[in-house]
Design a protein around this ligand. Structure first.
Ligand code: FE2
Length: 374
């Protein structure tokens, strides 16, 4: 592993200042039912809705929020729309990784000037709550980055969205904000996409993992992490590496049919409480064998948490030179083995859990084996 030490970029040299992730929009087969899952299992609150009842004829979108995490689930109402084609090809998945900016026009111009492929020119939308400007550029696969400028808007989400008609009571599980979003790209394409984030979006390389860091007996992958100027937005990019059997990244690419978002990591302040509650509500996590806990304290040293509680919830621990982190991964949340979630609690560590890769990937391989994809 190579680690770069990045000082925050001087504001004047950052041509794409980001305030953070604005929202993540999925194209899904049945947004009404997916929204119920995110409300009842994950405790997101339904904060806005757009669809036939609000005058939108071709789609329905549900906006879910917990802490600063905002997800949008969109489904097509028509058989031949781009949304239904996307859903048919890729299954449920992330379409927009939308970034919150102060100037969506400048964000578009600066990135397109540096080679970004335009998806949507800067466009103003308004309603009785004010106005927003949105522009968008393509990234890997069919994924798109929207730039959302919302300083003159005070509605529930965006113009066109209304208060939901039918809100159900939800219990949050302590999700705070998005820590990082990981993309899987094709064999040999990782460096090209790292260069894209560096040259076109002004991100910087934070970490490099080669296949020595991340290989098990069967499958291997390579990964590089890029981060924006202020460090609020981090995108690890994975590509498959040669192994004896099929890499988990190849399995993803086979089923998603193109590059796309592999996992979204969400931070909590109390991972034991968050994970035990998610388990109680039926969210499925990857299993790590009990013997992981026999040696974990030798590796990470002293931690605040009771090891028995971590073992009970199957939570992983890793340490770097700045502190430690606790993390766990769900199984894929669709039938295709594509997108999953990570729950992470950081106690000083700014890294990504390299010490857990082996245990984790062996666990993923057990699941691949069960699916007949190893
Ligand atoms: Fe992660």
């Amino acid at each position: 592993m190579k680690r770069e030490v990045l000082e925050p970029m001087a504001i004047e040299e950052d041509f794409l200042p980001l305030n953070g992730t604005d929202h993540i929009e999925f194209y899904v087969g049945n947004a009404k039912q997916s929204a119920y899952y995110y409300q009842k299992a994950w405790g997101y609150e339904l904060v806005a809705y757009a669809g036939p009842e609000t005058g939108v004829r071709d789609r329905a979108s549900y906006v879910l929020q917990q802490g600063k995490v905002r997800l949008v689930l969109t489904t097509s109402l028509l058989p031949n729309s781009d949304i239904s084609r996307h859903q048919q090809e890729h299954g449920d998945g992330v379409k927009f990784l939308s970034l919150w900016v102060d100037d969506a026009t400048k964000s578009f111009e600066e990135t397109v000037k540096r080679g970004a492929k335009p998806y949507m020119e800067p466009t103003e939308f308004s309603d009785e709550h004010g106005k927003v400007v949105i522009s968008a550029i393509h990234t890997y696969g069919e994924t798109v980055h929207k730039f959302v400028q919302r300083s003159e808007y005070n509605g529930a989400f965006l113009p066109g969205f209304k208060e939901p008609l039918n809100k159900i009571k939800v219990e949050p599980v302590g999700l705070k904000h998005i820590d990082h979003c990981v993309g899987n790209v094709e064999l040999g394409a990782m460096n090209q996409w790292v260069n894209f984030y560096e040259d076109v979006l002004g991100f910087r390389l934070l970490l490099t993992f080669d296949d020595e860091d991340i290989s098990t007996e069967y499958s291997a992958l390579m990964s590089k992490v890029v981060s924006n100027g202020n460090g609020y937005v981090k995108f690890p990019i994975n590509e498959p590496a040669d192994g004896k059997k099929k890499s988990q990244i190849e399995e993803y690419l086979d089923f998603y049919q193109t590059a796309g978002v592999q996992h979204i990591a969400i931070e909590t302040d109390n991972i034991i409480a968050t994970v035990s509650e998610l388990r109680r509500r039926g969210v499925d996590f990857l299993y790590v064998p009990d013997n992981y806990y026999d040696t974990v304290l030798d590796r990470v040293g002293e931690i605040d948490e009771e090891i028995t509680a971590l073992k009970e919830q199957n939570i992983l621990v890793d340490r770097d030179d700045e502190g430690y982190l606790l993390q766990i991964f769900t199984k894929p949340v669709e039938d295709r083995p594509t997108l999953f979630y990570e729950i992470i609690q950081r106690k000083g560590a700014k890294s990504f859990g390299k010490g857990n890769f082996k245990a984790l990937f062996e666990s993923i391989e057990r699941e691949q084996e069960l699916r007949g994809n190893l």
